[in-house]
Design a protein around this ligand. Sequence first.
Ligand code: B1M
Length: 232
Amino acid sequence: MADEEDIILSELSDDELVLQMHDDLYDGLKEEIEEGVTILLERGWTPYDVLTKALVEGMTIVGADFRDGILFVPEVLLAANAMKAGMAILKPLLAETGAPRMGKMVIGTVKGDIHDIGKNLVSMMMEGAGFEVVDLGINNAVEKYLEALETEKPDILGMSALLTTTMPYMKVVIDTLKEKGMREDYIVLVGGAPLNEEFGRAIGADAYCRDAAVAVETAKTLVSRKHNQMKA
Ligand code: B1M
């Protein structure tokens, strides 16, 4: 503990600081994460690099130890809160790219699932790329998605699931859209750690997105394709 108190983040090299931030995220040290993010930005790091190299990589280490039974829910919650505090600093910076309006997306984590860090990251990156994003939060039943689609009239419906037990719910939503004759009105993108392309195809999504950057690229491609089809 005494050792940790002696570390002055601003005196570390970039590489040391990133490793220290992985440790601080692991220990759920919110203020240290905020300080680390600020220092990297002051040193000229792009918000995207801070996000992926310092925060997302740190959370991957937390995830591995959670899986292996070394960390438990309370510790992971602290890590998640520290990550969110870092993301809050980056959010306005990622959003202020001045990118032209690309389209609109409604996104939410599916019913039974409360994981939201990945979804929030996708929302931030989509906003940064010029999409308007309506975030429905976590634990969304099919009715919530339908309601939002009716009111918001987006180009894209995005769904996130982090549990093998909740990912099948994405099919429930897509099947409901089909039953109501609404499926073709939207581009449906799905993502989350346990999914893969095959699953995306099997449930009838337009695409599975491995990460936030892929979500942005896929959204841009499919929205412009849709707009071109509408013009033709
Ligand atoms: Co949970 N959890 N968790 N958890 N958790 C996982 C998912 C798990 C893999 C951990 C493990 O065992 N290794 C495991 C799932 C196992 C499985 O189903 N096969 C698990 C479990 C079991 C659980 C509980 C059941 C634990 C328990 O209670 N015993 C419980 C479930 C609660 C529930 O949802 N009902 C639970 C609870 C929690 C916390 C609350 C403690 C916390 C969530 C806090 C929060 O989100 N606010 C938590 C966390 C943090 C994790 C891990 C460690 C990290 C998830 C994360 O934020 N990753 C996770 C381990 C892991 O994934 N390796 C784990 C960082 C984030 C940036 O990545 O979310 O993958 P990710 O998002 C990426 C891509 O997937 C993609 O882009 C994102 C950015 O690049 N993407 C999309 C995601 N959504 C997208 C949507 C799109 C497009 C792309 O739409 C267009």
